[in-house]
Design a protein around this ligand. Structure first.
Ligand code: 5RP
Length: 225
């Protein structure tokens, strides 16, 4: 039996096998993507030539520390591959993302990638999405009204706080509303309903975006979805 962190590491390192010379890579955010970035850094130091785009300031900092060359977005047309984590995923590769607060940059990056590979430990796979509170990035202006609109969709909303005090602020200067639905039987419908609310910048439902998921299992193997 391997620990949760080793399951993450096994999945992330497996995904880096898809990284090839000359590729433009999207670097995800979170404790699983972290292991992918470390491995890609090792590959770069061993001579692999790639360029990357980071989905958060934290991942950008880590990439720089690892010596991974970053490219300004204006110089990138499409990314070949993005490797990123998820908070929940079902067997249709529908995801909840944003537990780490980077969902907006993650979704933009995923959208502009030829291939999105999700890396996760086995605790993230579910038969129905929704136990994990859905992160929604909202603008600070009139955030109370936006929370009210979100609540009317049938969830309880918690505005995310920093561990000390005060609201958590994303890399884009916005707030995160964590929306607890318990169950999301129709993610597609919810996605368009949340997406149409004024004040919402983006939400953490990623539907039809992931091409593959690599799941690190307790027995030390990986399962591919
Ligand atoms: C960050 C994310 C992460 O990918 C997600 O929260 C999973 O994180 P971890 O790998 O730490 O469990 O969406 O915004």
């Amino acid at each position: 039996m391997v620990s949760e962190y080793n399951m993450k590491k096994i999945a992330a390192e497996h995904a880096t096998k898809y990284v090839q010379a000359g590729m433009k890579i999207g670097l995800g955010t979170g404790s699983t993507a972290y292991y992918a970035i470390l491995k890609i850094g090792e590959m770069v130091r061993d001579g692999l030539s790639i360029q990357a785009v980071a989905t958060s300031e934290a991942s950008e900092k880590l990439a720089v520390e690892q010596g991974i060359p970053l490219i300004p977005l204006r110089e990138v047309d499409r990314l070949d591959l993005t490797i990123d984590g998820a908070d929940e995923l079902d067997d249709q590769l529908r995801l909840i993302k944003g537990g780490g607060g980077a969902l907006l940059r993650e979704k933009i990056t995923a959208f502009h990638s030829e291939r999105l590979v999700i890396v996760a430990d086995d605790t993230k796979t579910v038969t129905q999405l929704g136990a994990f509170p859905l992160p929604v990035e909202i603008v600070p202006f009139a955030y109370e009204w936006t929370i009210q609109s979100l609540t009317q969709l049938g969830c309880t909303v918690q505005i995310r706080h920093k561990p000390d005090k005060g609201f958590y602020v994303t890399d884009n200067g916005n707030y995160i509303a964590d929306c607890k639905f318990q169950q999301i039987p129709q993610p597609e419908e919810l996605s368009s309903r949340i997406g149409s609310l004024p004040g919402v910048v983006e939400h953490g439902l990623f539907i039809g975006m992931a091409d593959q998921a690599i799941i690190g299992c307790q027995d030390g193997t990986v399962r591919i979805l």
